[in-house]
Design a protein around this ligand. Structure first.
Ligand SMILES: Nc1ncnc2c1ncn2[C@@H]1O[C@H](COP(=O)(O)OP(=O)(O)OP(=O)(O)O)[C@@H](O)[C@H]1O
Length: 341
């Protein structure tokens, strides 16, 4: 793929992605986004909106019944570009060994309970980076120190059950960055942790990103997490991206009613006072066909035009998009100003 000098080099480019699950139920459709080198992008949306499937497609780890039906996922740019859609197993092995790292919600389930955490990281370094035993041990201790584990040489000899959830997540992050990836995908990596540890892990991700020039795709249902950690936000609903743009601008002036609704149920920037509210109504299930906007049944602004047919993405300029018939490039018609009394 030729490089495009007028645009920043991209680490990941997803175009028109469609994913189906369980014998053909479309769960993700028409999803396009790019992550620039060194950029931090937050992917938010309610449970079931398709965040995890999108990430797993980029990792080649879809569930057994999941399939990429259409679209492209390209990792890297220029001479380093690799087409991941339809990639062979050897390509995936190479990508996961050295170009994409990932951390998930439940770190314990990704570790072998009968091996020390140090052994598991060192083994990774031996197999994937070709280090010899002593070098793998020393590099593991260095990585454990880098992710903020106290007494890293001692931690090396501990088993997963001896470590707290926050420590296990740090171990997983050490394993994920051990291959020196260009992209780190963190899928709900802080969701199960208490707010103090959650803030520490997010700070660690920000620090690692700066130190290693990593691109970060941070998946969460929590807008406050994105507000703290991400330059850009992708808002997903019912398997589609409904709004995207620089985080400050999207959260400061949301153009899609769903983004606005999400903001109404989150107290951004105040870790201690999150209200446990929900948006009334149910999101569409995977495979549910709807003629128009997928958010229309829950949207206070829905009109006939919203139900007439598929709603295209409107390019608002300055890196912003919205998938809403009300959206125009003028902020005077932004959702915030259009709220009915
Ligand atoms: N293996 C599967 N079999 C059937 N349906 C699935 C499967 N995996 C995901 N789905 C469906 O696809 C849709 C998107 O799921 P996905 O896990 O990507 O959502 P999500 O936004 O990551 O949700 P969460 O925040 O709960 O993780 C949901 O409707 C889900 O029920």
């Amino acid at each position: 793929m030729p490089s495009r000098p007028e645009q920043p080099a991209s680490t990941l480019e997803v175009s028109d992605l469609r994913i189906s699950v369980a014998d053909g139920l479309v769960a993700v459709q028409d999803v396009s986004f790019a992550i620039a080198r060194g950029e931090s992008v937050g992917l938010v949306g309610e449970s079931g909106s398709g965040k995890t499937l999108t990430c797993r497609a980029a990792l080649g780890l879809l569930p057994a019944t999941g399939r990429v039906d259409a679209g492209r996922i390209v990792l890297g740019d220029g001479a380093d570009a690799v087409e991941l859609t339809g990639a062979r197993r050897s390509t995936w092995d190479g990508v996961r060994a050295g170009r994409i790292g990932a951390v998930f919600q439940d770190p314990a389930s990704y570790l072998n309970p009968s091996l020390t955490v140090g052994h598991q990281l060192a083994e990774q370094l031996r197999v994937k980076r070709g280090l010899r035993r002593r070098a793998a041990h020393d590099r593991s201790v260095e990585l454990f120190a880098e992710v903020g584990l106290h007494d890293p040489a001692g931690v090396f000899h501990q088993y997963p059950h001896q470590l707290s959830g926050g420590m296990l997540q740090r171990v997983l992050i050490a394993i994920a960055i051990s291959c020196e990836p260009e992209l780190l995908i963190a899928d709900e990596a802080t969701t199960a942790l208490d707010v103090v540890i959650q803030a520490e892990i997010l700070a660690l991700l920000r620090r690692l990103r700066a130190a290693h020039g990593l691109s970060l795709l941070l998946v969460t249902h929590d807008l406050a997490v994105v507000a703290e950690s991400c330059e850009r936000i992708l808002v997903m609903y019912g398997g589609q991206i409904v709004e995207s743009g620089p985080t400050d601008e999207v959260l400061g002036d949301p153009r899609h009613p769903y983004t606005r609704a999400l903001m109404g149920v989150a107290t951004i920037g105040d870790w201690g006072r999150r209200r446990l509210e929900v948006i009334p109504g149910q999101p569409p299930a995977a495979g549910e066909e709807m003629p128009g906007c997928r958010f229309a049944p829950r949207c206070g602004y829905a009109a006939d035009a919203c139900l007439a047919g598929p709603v295209p993405v409107t390019d608002l300029g300055a890196g912003r998009t919205s998938r809403c018939v009300r959206t125009t490039t003028s902020s005077a018609t932004s959702v915030g100003e259009a709220v009915p009394a």
